[in-house]
Design a binder for this molecule. Sequence first.
Ligand SMILES: *Cc1c(COP(=O)(O)O)cnc(C)c1O
Length: 384
Amino acid sequence: MNDKFLPFALPDIDEHEINAVTECLRSGWITTGPKTREFEHSFARYLDADVEVVSVNSATAGLHLALEALGIGPGDEVILPTLTFTATAEVVRYLGADPVLVDIDPATLNIDPWQVKTAITPRTKAVMPVHYGGLACDMDEIIDIARARGIYVVEDAAHAFPTRYKGRLIGTLDTDATVFSFYANKTMTTGEGGMVVTRDPKVAERVKIMRIHGISRDVFDRFVSTTPSWFYEVVAPGFKDNLTDIAAAMGIEQLRKIDRFLMRRQRMADRYTEELAGMPLILPAGAAGGSQHAWHLYVVRLTDDAPISRDELIEQLSRRGIGTSVHYIPLHRHPYWRDRYALRPEKFPEADAAYHRMLSLPLYTKMTDEDQTRVIETLRELLC
Ligand SMILES: *Cc1c(COP(=O)(O)O)cnc(C)c1O
């Protein structure tokens, strides 16, 4: 038996990315420029819809900029699931608004639309569904609820590239903005990076300006356009959220492989689902017909019959050289969110129950079939 440590996640980088980055370094243009443009164009081509795409240096920055562009500010409320990464909520605070955490649907671990409906107040300005693990939320329901109340929908699609909802790629639905992440452990990576996608040209324009100091033309524009290169205008106190060409050069190569990555992830998820059946585990919901799970995460939950606790299982797997993780400690259990909004676990029974039973198994394209066999056999040894 191979006792080398199997990490929970690893990026899938080969000579293509290494050469592309090297070429970028040699070119003399390393910040936002031609490669960033090319990456945005390739990404837009992949989505193949009437949307604008704006690259940023993280999904966190993208979510912040999207909400800013929609005018979210002090006194506003934004509804989001408690079972997410803190970034989803922190960007709301950046703007002086308040996140309103709601519970999840235990079947999918996604935000529960009914909970969204009951959390709406006169202050509610937006809802941020998170496509947990790469499975699309119930977007028809969420969009209907939001439309009826005149609130914005900003999708946290950090896990959801490429995810399909009823045949349509996430990023092309009728929402106000969708934000993808290219962080190191996501389904494709630029090290750090993100993409804001929107149907609204005004949102795209504002994000473009605010990602780079509130300057009305970006640096590369200044470099190549015919007006004097020293001239620019500051129209707002913007941020520094632009993607570099070094990162974009990686992104272009990763995007070329994304369908191959997806097929591999789908096969591995299918194999887990087949071989873990019968163990004392709740397996993750797959996508319905016409939809596609991105399988960023494969999250299992221990049932009451399990002979071992979740914490003990993680510990025993780790001792046997298998890395796992927990997605997520719900926000209502973190001191900042809990104390600021006086949140109690009883308010989120489903997310809380899921949290205590869940762990995410290794699932990434660099894993071999033998690696996966090892995970499955070790789980069998510990659980059966
Ligand atoms: C990774 C992640 C983010 C943040 O993405 P970055 O690109 O690292 O800023 C936001 N939301 C969720 C759900 C994530 O998993």
